[in-house]
Every structure is written in C-alpha cells, then in structure tokens.
Design a protein around this ligand. Structure first.
Ligand code: IZC
Ligand code: ZN
Length: 416
C-alpha cells in the first residue's frame, strides 16, 4: 500500500485517551517518542516507530524534525458569526463600566445585534470564513458556533444558515448551536417571557431543517433568570435538542446546578459557580467548558475554579469564547496559557481539555489520533508539549491537517 502522507521523526506524539476524562483521569496523557504517522484516504492508517515510518512508501513525506504532533484542537464555544465590531467599548471598559451595564445601555451584545441585522448573509459568511481560517491556522480543526446576534427570526435564521454553509463548504467541522435567548432585544424590553416564547417557537423548524444540534441560553442578571433558563432547556430537550448554558459567569445564580440537574451537555463560564454546583458537575455528566480568555479580556481577577472542579472529579474543557465583545481572539493556544497561569491546570489537563473533553462538550468524536479515525492533526514548532502553555500568545502551529488535507502551513520568510 502507498500512503498518501507519512509524517516521520515525531519527537512527541500526543495520544489523549477517549473522553470525557473526568477529574484525575485528566492528568493522564500518553506521549510517545520517536514516532511516525501514515495517512490514507483522509484517515490515520498507521502509527508506529520513526524507523519503520521512514521506509513506508508514500506520495508525500513530512519530516517533523523531532517536534510535537497532537490531534487537531477543538474549540467548543465560539460566537463565530457576527456583523460589525466593538472596539469603541474598550474605553468604556477601561473607565470601569461593567459588561452588564454596557448591555443595559443598549451596547454590548445589542450593538452586535444591530450590525448583524444590517449585514447580508453573504457578508456574514465571508467574515466568518476568515475567522475559521484564522482558527485553523492556530491548530483548530473542529469548532462550535453559536447564533444569538439576531434575536429575531429572520436574523437568527441567517446566522444558522451561515454556519450550515460554512460547515458544508469548508474543511473545518463546525457544530451549530442555537443561542436565540442571548439577550433581550430592544423591541422586547420588559417582555422577556414573550421574547423567550418567540425563540422557543423557532425550535421545531430549526430541528426539522437540522440547523442546530444544541441550544444555549445566557443565564445572567438582567438577561435570563434561572426559571426562564430551566423552561427553555426543558422545551429544548422535549424537541430533541441537547442543551448548553452560559452559567454563573458574572453572578452566582445557580446555572451550574441547573445544568447538572437537567443533564445539559455542557455548562459554560462557571466563574461564580457555587461549591454545590461544582459537586453536582463532578457527580453528573455535564462538561464544564471554561473560558479564561473572557475573564482576562474583561479585566477581572477571579477565574473559574478549575482546580476544585478537576480535583473533585468534573470533566473540564477549554474554549476561546471568540466573540466581538468579551473575548476577541482566535488563538486557543493563548487560552491554554491562561489555563496554566490563572487556573493552575497542568499541561496534561490542558491538552485533554482542548482535545477529547472539548470534543465531548460538542458531541463529537474528534480530538484523538487513532487508526481508522479522520486524520485531524497539528505539527507544532515546539520541543515538547509543555512548551505551548509556557510560551504564551504566540502561534506555534507549523502545519495543520484536516481529514488528511493540509489546511495551514506557516510561511517563514527567508530573512537571514
Ligand atoms: O457579544 O458579548 N457573554 N455573550 C455572553 C457574550 C459574552 C458575547 C458578547
Ligand atoms: Zn459565550
């Protein structure tokens, strides 16, 4: 057999175990030295020693030069599709205006809603495509994308269609989430129950057209209450959706307990999660998706308590939360550094959190290097896997493959 591609001379090959990895299991990360990979028809077809790999017949060979190869990263929480941008809010944040106050004044999410309503589907598609390319360039081969900047039928629909077309037309797998209850639009001010019903009324058609796998809701002071979140999640479950929730990001409302109690697939943010909420995560099936980039970007000092979550037995995943207001980065590697520096996660926990646990949080079977599975992987220009959280804010990806196809290669100008 002739392989399509053989990667030789892999210094460290990272082989996360099947997820979800809970608690102490997150400390386990198999790392094999001096390995090689054979790829055929878009899948991993052979894994073995460098010596054997060097003699395999292949259409293309890549010498990894003793560097690190990992599974493609998975980003399980992004607000990918949006119009406009919010750089004007930076001075407000500097002046100490809280995120929720900016929203209350019609800015924040509502400012992005205005821009997203104004832009055409084609414009939103082109912008989102660029963001996906950037994420892929940073090592991401599977990601989740939320709607939630329409807050009306027409625009939510437009966002969901953009995600569908991106997923169909591009190489990167994009898993769609309906986040209709992301904020209360101006035309429903003071009528949040009526708005929520309007969003619930969209669910059957979204299901019928297979436009989203998950639903999500922003459970927060001044946005949706615990009771409203419960109602929306139960309605979603009844219609066959799995659920996610923006929970306990700013105020401790009990969204973590709600998610664990209802068996949500993930509870996201959790900066203000209670002890009881963390205990329930550890006992239940809900993955904690932590977004330290948002805490950093909002200039706060208190990060989600990843240590308690892992030490008590929960499954933790990491994501960028890429969005135009509260975390503006494509770079999941930066999030890995914040997880190490601010949440005291170990390198092994971090790698599991951005591969198998992230994949589990969006119902995918990605994030692993296994014979017969799609060949999604990254060659990193680093000497060992601990190096990525250590050297922060850089892009260490050298080459990225999705289904065996190279989707990114770093160009180094010959300046010396
Ligand atoms: O646009 O501010 N937290 N939703 C909930 C966001 C942040 C995104 C945004
Ligand atoms: Zn979010």
């Amino acid at each position: 057999m002739i392989y399509d591609l053989v990667i030789t001379n892999i210094g460290q090959l990272l082989l996360p175990d099947q997820g979800p990895l809970k608690g102490g299991a997150m400390k386990q990360l198999a790392v094999e030295k001096q390995r090689a990979l054979g790829i055929k028809d878009g899948r991993f077809a052979w894994i073995g020693s460098h010596e054997e790999g060097a003699s395999l017949p292949a259409r293309e060979k890549v010498d990894a030069e003793g560097k690190v190869v990992s599974p493609g990263l998975v980003d399980p929480h992004t607000h990918l599709v949006f119009g406009g941008s919010r750089e004007g809010e930076m001075v407000l944040k500097q002046a100490g205006v809280p995120y929720l106050d900016i929203l209350k004044q019609g800015g924040g999410i509502l400012s992005t809603v205005k821009s997203t309503r104004e832009e055409t589907e084609a414009e939103l598609f082109d912008k989102a495509k660029k963001h996906v390319r950037q994420m892929a360039a940073h090592g991401v081969t599977t990601l989740e994308a939320k709607s939630g900047y329409g807050l009306d039928r027409e625009t939510e629909w437009k966002q969901l269609k953009v995600v569908k077309h991106l997923n169909e037309q591009g190489d990167i797998d994009i898993v769609s989430t309906f986040l209709g209850p992301h904020a209360i639009p101006l035309e429903y001010k003071g009528k949040s129950d009526a708005f929520l019903e309007e969003m619930i009324a969209m669910l059957p058609e979204i299901k019928k057209q297979n436009l989203a796998v998950f639903t999500d809701i922003f459970c927060e002071t001044g946005v949706f209450t615990i009771e409203q979140s419960k109602h929306f999640m139960e309605a979603s479950h009844q219609l066959g959706f799995q659920t996610k929730i923006h929970a306990d990001e700013i105020d401790s409302l009990g969204g973590t307990e709600l998610a664990a109690g209802l068996g949500a697939v993930s509870a996201d943010h959790l900066v203000a999660a209670s002890k009881q909420g963390i205990k329930q995560l550890a006992e239940g099936e809900t993955t904690a998706v932590l977004l330290p980039g948002t805490t950093f970007y909002l200039g706060k000092d208190t990060y989600a308590d990843a240590r308690s979550m892992i030490d008590q037995g929960a499954a933790v995943a990491l994501a960028t939360d890429f969005n135009p207001g509260s975390c503006v980065t494509h770079n999941l590697q930066m999030i890995m550094s914040l997880a190490a520096l601010k949440m005291k996660m170990t390198p092994e926990e971090i790698w599991n959190a951005v591969t198998v646990n992230a994949s589990h949080a969006i119902g995918q079977k990605a994030g692993r290097i296994v014979k017969g599975k799609p060949a999604d992987f990254v060659l990193w220009d680093v000497p060992n896997y601990q190096y990525i959280p250590y050297h922060y804010a850089a892009n260490h990806a050298k080459m990225v493959w999705k289904n065996g196809r190279k989707v990114y290669e770093r160009m180094d100008a010959d300046v010396f």
